[in-house]
Design a protein around this ligand. Structure first.
Ligand code: RM4
Ligand code: MN
Length: 385
């Protein structure tokens, strides 16, 4: 129980500002009552998730969606509500100039513009006190022959190098990969290998971000996690759930067993604990479910998977593995996975003065009714600046 308590204490989940805004599919965005109109209201909502779970102390921003005049003021506003600003997510995918790519665009003017945005994000990190810059590029091509695959890698390396050189001593760059979409033929950073190659060329402050929704069906994500931890380059997770493509739904919902397997490798590889620098972020959208409640549920899902991973009897597992006891080893893992950890988590929360059932407590708080009544008029936040 002590190990489990320490492990759960160490698990800090960063929630994304964009989860609190409206989102949808390319077919329809269903607006919800009470949705924030600006970054301040998003932070107020994120603070609720932390207040009820005790495990979501940071909020990731997306620039320009969360652009404000005074970032230090935004950070102070967050602090007053008990949370801190986290990862700064750059956005070089929503401007007409980026039709043929951002930092890999054949046009040097567009590349300059994209790189300048990334550098601006580092300025913002200085003001917010954020450690991490997260880079995700939609860059790629749709048709064979459209552009030179190799030249695009060189352009990418050049831009990354310039941004890397601008990072402060305590700042990091996370390079996220994604198999496909919006590019459908080649993506310039399609997989963890490409991301890792660039990170290794850059230096120790460049780390890989694993978005759980960015893989082909059947990909063994826990293997990737084990490998990246082994070489000290697992920088962060963008947690979410996928069933088909990049669904961005609640982490642990479609495949809680996969999340457990991932967290088992995290624990095994030293990715959880006071010394770990792995950032556990959510990158999700709540299209049809209530957003704050969706974030609370997601934090709880990660906690449940983590608690089960912490329950694995590592000595018994190693003994079974070393003696070639295939089914015995598998049984050790399954025993942990099949344990109902909800009472243990309720106890962990109550020991911290929190409600054992965060969802019930949040619903009873009347917060959603309050913001629905108060946030009338103005433009609800969505996937736009
Ligand atoms: C991308 C990627 C990024 C996220 C944006 C909103 O697919 O996952 O991490 O910032 O979506
Ligand atoms: Mn992501």
């Amino acid at each position: 129980m002590t190990d489990i308590t320490a492990g759960l204490d160490a698990l800090a989940i960063e929630t994304p500002s964009w989860a609190y805004g409206n989102s949808g599919t390319r077919f329809k965005v269903f607006a919800q009552a009470g949705v924030p109109r600006d970054p301040f209201e998003k932070l107020a909502d994120a603070a609720q998730v932390h207040a009820f779970t005790g495990a979501a102390p940071k909020v990731a921003l997306h620039i320009p969606w969360d652009r404000v005049e005074d970032y230090a003021g935004l950070a102070a506003y967050a602090r007053e509500r008990g949370v801190a600003l986290g990862t700064i997510n750059a956005n070089v995918f929503q401007d007409d100039d980026y039709m043929l790519g951002s930092v890999t665009n054949p046009d040097p003017r567009v590349r300059r513009k994209a790189t300048d945005h990334l550098l601006e994000c580092v300025d913002i990190m200085d003001a917010t006190g954020s450690r991490d810059l997260k880079l995700w590029f939609s860059d790629g091509t749709n048709y064979p022959g459209q552009d030179d695959i190799r030249a695009r890698q060189e352009r990418l390396a050049e831009a990354l190098q310039e941004v890397y050189a601008r990072l402060g001593d305590d700042q990091r760059m996370q390079l996220e990969y994604k198999l496909f979409e919006p590019a459908f033929y080649t993506t310039d950073v399609p997989d963890w290998g490409t991301s890792l190659l660039h990170c290794l060329a850059l230096g120790p402050k460049a780390v890989v971000c694993v978005d759980t929704g960015h893989h082909a069906p059947g990909t063994n994500i826990e293997f990737i996690v084990a490998q990246l931890l082994r070489v000290g380059r697992l920088g962060a997770f963008d947690f979410n759930s996928r069933f088909y493509a990049d669904d961005d739904l609640m982490v642990g919902s479609a495949d809680p067993f996969q999340l457990f397997r991932i967290m088992h490798e995290v624990v095994r590889g030293g990715g959880l604990g006071a010394d770990s620098e792995v950032a556990f972020m959510l990158d999700q959208c709540h299209n049809i479910e209530p957003k704050i409640q969706g974030q609370i549920r997601s934090v709880m899902n990660v906690q449940e998977a983590t608690a089960k991973a912490l329950l694995v009897d590592t000595a018994a597992l190693k003994a079974a593995q070393d003696s070639g006891d295939v089914l015995g080893a598998n049984a050790v893992l399954m025993d942990a996975y099949n344990t109902d950890v909800r009472p243990l988590l309720a106890e962990w929360r109550e020991a911290k003065g929190l409600a054992g059932d965060p969802i019930a407590a949040y619903k009873a708080s009347g917060y959603l009714e309050k913001i629905s009544a108060e946030r009338v008029g103005g433009d609800q936040a969505g996937w736009g600046a």
